[in-house]
Design a protein around this ligand. Structure first.
Ligand SMILES: [Fe+2]
Length: 312
């Protein structure tokens, strides 16, 4: 079984409040901290059939124009989803199954472009607008029982499992592909970034926050106990994980992840000038966080630049 990444937007960003703020509240996170973003869906080449997991954005979806207030910028078009698929050497007619992680348009955009495919959708959201008028939907009731620590699953074929994982939307599902002793988890938007998986935080987008927490707990438990390659949609780490067969180790985040110090606004928010010892306290500056001071701000005592300051 071969998994391939289909990237159709790249060089975007997601801000910390958006990707971490689901439970604590977005205001707790530093808005200037940004994580790389893209749009990548995946294909499973099983030898005797081609299975898609999600189907991108509809062709012709306009690019966004980010500004300083943008929380989510999905990036620039690489090409259309269908062109990205063609570039991998596949024709729409070859696709026999589509497994939908959830209804959102950046995951369901080209569902109508595959004449020979059955479209598997969690029964809890087959009534969503995105599926209207499609006559090849297979509602999934997850009748095959538990898949490891997930209580409900449907076996799609040997080594391919569709698993109930609601929260982000009421009908979110994740796909696990077992291949060569590894578990490839194609999870849609359980997290938008891998950083959120490592620091155990929910994004601000969910239909049901209690269910989303339960799902993230299950995903983290699963990856603790099985060698898992985590395949995300909205971060280029997804395709990098695939290329490197990088196995999630929750205790050892990849070095590219700025886990820890940049996630929260510090409790005091104080910063100290490393040259003269001046303490910047937001409470004395109308509550303005140090991180939000302009780039040309200078130490009022010794005129050093912002980069000479350290967290108190
Ligand atoms: Fe989504």
């Amino acid at each position: 079984m071969i998994i391939k990444a289909i990237t159709f937007r790249d060089n975007g960003f997601l801000t910390a409040p958006f990707v971490f703020g689901g439970e604590e509240g977005p205001e707790k996170f530093v808005p200037t901290v940004k994580y790389r973003s893209c749009l990548t869906n995946y294909l499973i080449d099983a030898g005797d059939e081609v299975i898609l997991v999600d189907t991108g954005l509809p062709a012709g979806t306009p690019e966004e124009a980010p500004d300083e207030n943008t929380q989510v910028y999905t990036g620039q078009d690489v090409c259309s989803y269908m062109d990205a698929l063609a570039a991998l050497g596949y024709k729409p007619e070859q696709v026999t199954k589509i497994l939908v992680t959830h209804r959102h348009i950046d995951h369901t955009g080209e569902l109508r472009s595959f004449p020979n495919a059955q479209i598997f959708v969690n029964e809890d959201e087959t009534d969503a607008e995105e599926f209207k008028g499609l006559n090849n939907i297979v509602p999934v009731a997850f009748t095959d029982g538990p898949y490891y620590n997930f209580p409900e699953s449907q076996k799609i074929r040997d080594g391919v499992y569709y698993i109930r994982a609601k929260g982000h939307t009421r009908g979110t599902s994740v796909v696990v592909v077992e291949s060569d002793g590894l578990f490839y988890m194609l999870h849609g938007d359980v997290t938008y970034t891998d950083e959120a998986l490592y620091v155990n935080r929910l994004s601000v987008v969910y239909d049901d926050v209690v269910a989303a927490r339960e799902t993230l707990d299950r995903v983290r438990e699963f990856v603790q106990n099985h060698p898992t390659v985590y395949l995300s949609t909205h971060t280029p780490l997804g395709r990098e994980n695939l290329e490197k067969k990088r196995i999630v180790d929750l205790n050892n985040p990849p070095e590219t992840l700025p886990v820890g110090d940049v996630v929260f606004k510090t409790a005091t928010g104080k910063y100290v000038c490393s040259v003269c010892g001046y303490v910047y306290d937001p409470a004395e500056h109308d509550g303005t966080p140090f991180e939000e001071l302009p780039d040309d701000w200078r130490c009022p005592r010794c005129r050093q630049s912002k980069d000479k300051f350290n967290k108190a």
